[in-house]
Design a protein around this ligand. Structure first.
Ligand code: ZN
Length: 314
């Protein structure tokens, strides 16, 4: 049997068919912003799938989405999606596909994917941070995802780094995701370009073109601004992860997403400052801070489809 995994992002909606081993025989993507109504997006992906796959072989549908409420099956006031308000997304997917579905925050889906297919196999206590446009987090304690009273637990991206810091899309000031995300490092680069006079490959690059990939390439060429930006971003990440550790005493913290693809440029300073800032009680516990074991392209699909194996399989 197969599960359909759907990952709804502000730019792309990725979807694909996965088996229980995490193989993905089919996957595709649609541009989220092209659909004025979310139901049209669901119909479009059903049509695409029906052309390439026998829908009768599906066991269920797992959906990862920003601001998803696991309990209510809704997406609620997601700032980066074109549809406003509280959307009964899971119920409409079930109607259109005539299959059971389950929805959760995209970072929670990633954490589940890590547990089922990635480096967290056999682990009961760990954290997954998704470093994309924003910073998402999925917290697993004693083998289970933490949802909290209202279904919104694990918004680490909106914990405080500096009370007088950067303005965040959520309405607060100084949130972690304004520093540690694809958008965050871009903001850091602009600040460094203003503070230093050294030549840099990043000078003259427009804000929209300043991708994590481009910054990583500059760092590989020894660009001082790019290296400083990774050092700063890694330091903030490492310090915040050490803060998190005292809350749940995890075995490991995994990072994935575009910014995590920078590899050691980000991880080395993150590890250094993580260990430096760790409460002494935890110093000998060998808590891992490492990259996700999921392939970057597959992670959204296997993460969403693992919801089916975890919650819907009989
Ligand atoms: Zn925020």
């Amino acid at each position: 049997m197969y599960a359909l995994g759907i990952d709804i992002g502000g730019t792309n909606t990725k979807f694909g068919i996965a088996d229980e081993k995490g193989n993905i025989p089919y996957q595709a993507r649609l541009k989220t912003q092209e659909f004025a109504e979310y139901a049209d997006l669901i119909y479009a992906l059903k049509n695409d799938l029906a052309k390439n796959f026998n829908l009768k072989d599906l066991q269920g549908i797992g959906i990862g989405a920003p601001n998803a409420n696991y309990y209510a099956g809704t997406i609620e006031h997601a700032p980066n999606l074109p549809w406003k308000g509280i959307l009964p997304f899971s119920a409409d997917v079930e109607k259109i596909f005539e299959l059971k579905s389950i929805i959760t925050n995209d970072a929670n889906a990633a954490a589940l994917g890590e547990q089922v297919y990635g480096n967290a196999k056999g682990m009961k206590d760990f954290l997954v941070l998704t470093l994309g446009t924003g910073l998402g987090s999925g917290i697993v304690i004693n083998g289970d995802l933490v949802y909290g009273k209202h279904g919104f637990a694990g918004e680490l991206g909106h914990t405080l780094v500096s009370a007088t810091g950067r303005h965040c899309a959520c309405g607060k000031v100084g949130c972690l995701e304004t520093y540690v995300s694809a958008t965050g490092i871009r903001r850091t680069i602009y600040k460094l370009l203003a503070d230093y006079t050294e030549p840099s490959l990043l000078r003259g690059v427009s804000y929209d073109e300043l991708s994590t990939h481009y910054i990583t390439e500059a760092a590989q060429k020894g660009d001082m601004i790019a290296l400083k930006a990774f050092e700063y971003t890694g330091r903030v990440l490492g310090m915040k992860v050490s803060d998190f550790v005292v809350h749940t005493d995890p075995e490991a913290v995994f990072i994935l997403g575009g910014l995590a693809n920078a590899g050691d440029f980000l991880l080395k300073p993150a590890q250094l400052h993580f260990e430096k800032s760790l409460m002494p009680l935890f110093k000998d516990r060998q808590i891992l801070l490492q990259r996700s074991g999921l392939k970057a392209d597959d992670a959204p699909i296997v993460g969403a489809s693992s919801l089916v194996w975890k919650y819907l399989s009989v």
